[in-house]
Design a protein around this ligand. Sequence first.
Ligand SMILES: *Cc1c(COP(=O)(O)O)cnc(C)c1O
Length: 244
Amino acid sequence: MNMNTVLLENIKNVYRKISSAAIRSGRTPFDVKLVAVTKTVDILKIQEAMELGVRVFGENKVQEAIEKITSIRNEMPDYAVEWHFIGHLQKNKAKTAVQLFDLIHSVDSASLAGELNRQAEKIGKVQRVLIQVKLSEEESKYGIPAEGCMKLLEEVSSMPHVKIEGLMTIPPFFDDPAMVRPYFKRLRELRDSAAKGGFQLPELSMGMTHDFEAAILEGATMVRVGTGIFGERAAKEEKNSSVV
Ligand SMILES: *Cc1c(COP(=O)(O)O)cnc(C)c1O
């Protein structure tokens, strides 16, 4: 099989699993958006995925994304592709992030949101964001603890150029996806209790290659899948990306 065939099979496989899990969760396949994670993936392969129908891509480093997004927008201007930022965002990259990304999944402080608000105002944009929530001690060091979530929602909701569309989490890794389900459930419950406090947050970004079906069963509306579509990343790059 050539590369394109492998890519097509992977994409079909992921969509098949998304559809089946969405239906099992009492929803439709249209309720779950696939974010194809393209960190370390080269431009040609991303363009192949676009030609195969993938329309939403996720990057985790601003610097790496600049060249990719700029040249893809230049070379394929007719493709209505969405770019999502899924990594940790430093405040000094907020300006570039606002220029590049349709949705930023990783807002975890009022000061970062404030900087995004300032930069978005300058270019007349309303920046769509998700709040990244940290649900356990051992997981990634980024994200706001669940206890701080309501206060952050209140602070960010007063910013006219930032629009909060939902919550995101990166749970700890378990070999058995069943073990991670309680974390996905907690993010959904947090979303539901925020709704009682007056914050409508439709999107739940949770689930990666090895656990996205469990995430969908707990209500994920966006799954972030890299390896399952593009194959294993080089070990060196993987190490780098786990540090971000
Ligand atoms: C890399 C990454 C993913 C995708 O991981 P896979 O296991 O390759 O599917 C999802 N979310 C975030 C935040 C990532 O950094």
